[in-house]
Write a protein that binds this ligand. Structure first.
Ligand code: ZN
Length: 155
């Protein structure tokens, strides 16, 4: 296993190591102070890369998630790469914090996650517009690193 990976030619740069857990929490705390008056009570951690054997390039990726019951925010580790602009990581964290601050609304049998109040909170983020378009423009590149990291892990 070790030998194999030593001699295996690398076609892509290896992912940079994840920042320390404190880094993610530091961003959370500064966003919390700046946009929510410190009111968001949630834990935050990096998610893990999946272990699916498939090497098919995916078309979507869930960059963040908020688990309402456990009050945990999970951020996808693709966002730990150093070519991802810091405000882009921040906007994903901020989005999940908005879920904590403006919970899902239930109207009859319809659940609304991104309702008006949510959108109002989300648009407060200073870099909201350009980070959203950056994510759209770079989705392909993000998905590519997902495939290459899987190949690296399973090879
Ligand atoms: Zn959402």
């Amino acid at each position: 296993m070790i030998q194999f990976s030593l001699f295996k030619p690398r076609k892509t740069l290896p992912l940079t190591p994840l920042p320390a857990k404190e880094t993610l929490e530091d961003i959370f705390h500064s966003l919390n102070q700046r946009y929510f008056s410190g009111s968001v009570d949630a834990a935050i951690r990096w998610g893990r890369y999946g272990h699916r054997k498939k090497r098919v390039r995916r078309r979507t990726i869930r960059l963040g998630a908020y688990f309402f019951q456990s009050r945990v925010i999970r951020i996808h580790p693709v966002l730990a790469q150093d070519w991802i602009p810091r405000p882009v990581l921040e906007t994903v964290i901020h989005h999940e914090m908005c879920h904590a601050a403006a919970p899902t609304q239930q109207r009859g049998c319809r659940r609304r996650h991104h309702h008006e109040e949510f959108q109002r909170l989300e648009s407060n983020f200073e870099h909201h517009e350009w980070t959203q378009s950056w994510l759209k423009e770079n989705l392909g590149r993000i998905l590519d690193t997902l495939v290459s990291s899987r190949k690296r892990d399973s090879g």
